[in-house]
Design a protein around this ligand. Structure first.
Ligand SMILES: [Zn+2]
Length: 259
């Protein structure tokens, strides 16, 4: 009886925490790209500021009637489940509060990247600080100097490898635009992806970051292959379609951290 009550209590606490995390992710994803500082969320159609009551209870815009985005609901549902999932998949001995903060952070990066193709600099800097702390915590328990070295090397490796891809992509785009194949302002890989890869390198450390990058690039490559095949079948083939790498980097990192 007591055991059951304890479990129920933990479940309720987890769901409440998850719900709050969902609110936080939605607020940050709505507010950060506009003005890049914390302010009240605005309606994406008419720019009217929501008051917090309307916003938090998913009301439609009172001025133009625009419905709240599907993303708002998806984020709320997924994030509500996250703390329960963290109990089942504790992964690399990351303490629960730290794991939750990390998932909230990655969710914000993911949503903003998917919606705006953008990883903001303040968000990257926050991630670097968070990544440094988590990396040293995870690997510094036996020897602090190993923890710091492995974390910094991991960050440098993640940043460096993606930076290389970034320059190769830029070179490729320049070559293609010389031949008139595509506009010169296309980018193969955003610089935000380079920063994100560095952050994940800090978290995962030297060694694991390479596996993480491998699976992210493989996943991204397979999906773009599928897209190209799909376009060929639909006879709408466009020579160059940039794919967002951030979702693949994040999924790959979550896999290594929690599974
Ligand atoms: Zn509106």
């Amino acid at each position: 009886m007591e055991y059951n009550q304890g479990m129920n209590f933990m479940l309720v606490i987890s769901l409440v925490l998850g719900w709050l995390a969902g609110w936080l992710v939605n607020i940050l994803a709505d507010v950060l790209p506009n003005g890049r500082k914390l302010s009240r969320p605005v309606c994406p159609k008419c720019q009217k500021k929501f008051n917090w009551g309307e916003y938090l209870f998913f009301r439609n815009c009172t001025k133009c009637g625009k419905r709240r985005s599907l993303r708002t609901l998806i984020v709320q549902v997924v994030m509500t489940c996250v703390p329960v999932l963290l109990w089942f998949f504790p992964g690399q001995s990351l303490p629960f509060p730290l794991a939750l903060v990390l998932v909230i952070y990655l969710a914000v990066v993911l949503v903003i990247d998917l919606e705006r193709r953008l990883i903001l600099h303040p968000v990257s800097i926050t991630g670097a600080v968070l990544g440094l702390g988590i990396g040293i915590f995870l690997r510094g328990q036996e020897s602090i100097s190993y923890g710091i070295t492995s974390t910094l090397l991991g960050g440098a490796a993640g940043f460096g490898v993606m930076l290389l891809f970034y320059y190769i992509g830029e070179l490729f785009v320049k070559q293609m635009s010389k031949k008139g194949g595509m506009p010169a302002d296309e980018v193969a890989l955003g610089f935000g992806d380079v920063n994100l890869s560095g952050i994940l390198g800090l978290i995962l450390g030297w060694k694991a970051i390479f596996a993480c990058l491998f699976f992210a690039v493989l996943g991204g490559g397979l999906v773009s292959l599928a897209i190209i095949l799909g376009m060929l079948i639909a006879r709408k083939y466009k020579a160059f379609t940039a794919i967002p790498y951030a979702p693949f980097l994040i999924l790959s990192a979550l896999f290594f951290l929690f599974l």
